[in-house]
Design a protein around this ligand. Structure first.
Ligand code: NCD
Length: 291
């Protein structure tokens, strides 16, 4: 039984297979490879893209999906997460897709070895399917990402997208640099910059991130307009540079990325969402069929 807690669960060969399958699925809608499979989604945190993307991916491959809303489940009556999970597993799903505020939750449930556990975002620790869809989007654009430089810009310290992205993209041979004001900068061996201007001429990709206000114990900035003056990705800041702009969503318009920039062909935010379905199809195939 294989799990996806973070991308290090996948070998280099498996990652190459995922990229290949996602490309094939994008080129031509595949047959219902997962017709007999059943997935349960269990989201303890809000989600627009990730949950619907998993559901679309599963259904495109013919799998059935059952969604449990934890705010209306017996966790509200005091049932432990492990017991809720064990009860769901008693119904014999082929996988459980989980999002949770605790970093350790997907690992803990995976270690119970009851069904394949797929991490759809855990605390600020990991969001492996986002990292893989970002990789797919860059591979699609560049062909080869090795040696390319990506600047991750924004609330890096609170971001599971950044955590998973840093681990996967450095493994793929990309140069990752971090751009953030001090309160948003994690401890890291990677090159760090407070100003995007100091590195912008050397980057091939900018990954903009939302300020994760829900993870801040107390507000880190009084004024996000002031923050935006330095970190919002807009046309003036980018000029005519050939830089790919990514963002996992939700985009805070004119704080993370400007309205105009969102319409610029260099900005791949909706392409990322589109690609998310294909990479999740590939992930479900790998976990439920191939391993
Ligand atoms: C992110 C998340 O929830 O980790 N969104 C996503 O899954 N695409 C990022 C965010 O909430 O800012």
């Amino acid at each position: 039984m294989q799990h996806l807690v973070d991308t290090n669960n996948f070998s280099d060969e498996q990652i190459a297979q995922l990229l290949h399958d996602a490309k094939t699925f994008k080129a031509q809608r595949p047959p219902k490879l997962l017709r007999d499979k059943l997935l349960i989604t269990l989201f303890f945190e809000a989600s627009t893209r990730t949950r619907s993307s998993f559901e679309v991916a599963a259904k495109r491959l013919g799998a059935a999906v059952v969604h449990l809303d934890p705010s209306r489940s017996s966790t509200k009556k005091g049932e432990s997460l492990e017991d809720t999970f064990a009860n769901l597993c008693a119904m014999e799903p082929d996988g459980v897709i989980i999002r949770h505020s605790e970093n350790e939750t997907p690992r803990l449930l995976a270690d119970m070895e009851m069904t394949s556990v797929i991490n759809a975002g855990a605390g600020n620790y990991a969001h492996p399917t986002q990292a893989l869809l970002d990789l797919f989007t860059m591979v699609e654009h560049f062909g080869e990402v090795k040696g390319k430089t990506i600047a991750i810009v924004g609330d890096i310290v609170s971001s599971r997208v950044a955590s998973s992205g840093i681990r996967l993209l450095t493994r793929m041979g990309m140069n990752v640099v971090l751009v953030a004001p001090k309160p948003f900068m994690p401890e890291s061996d990677l090159p760090q910059y407070e100003k995007l201007e100091d590195i912008i001429d050397k980057v091939d990709v900018i990954m903009s991130l939302r300020a994760q206000l829900e993870r801040h114990a107390s507000p880190l900035f009084d004024d996000y307009d002031e923050y935006a003056k330095h970190y919002c990705i807009d046309k003036e800041r980018l000029g005519d540079r050939d830089i790919l702009v990514l963002h996992p969503g939700p985009v805070m318009r004119n704080i993370d990325i400007s309205d105009k920039m969102l319409e610029d062909p260099r900005c791949k935010v909706l392409e990322q969402v589109k690609n998310g379905v294909f990479i999740r199809m590939a992930i479900l195939k790998l976990l439920l069929l191939d391993s």
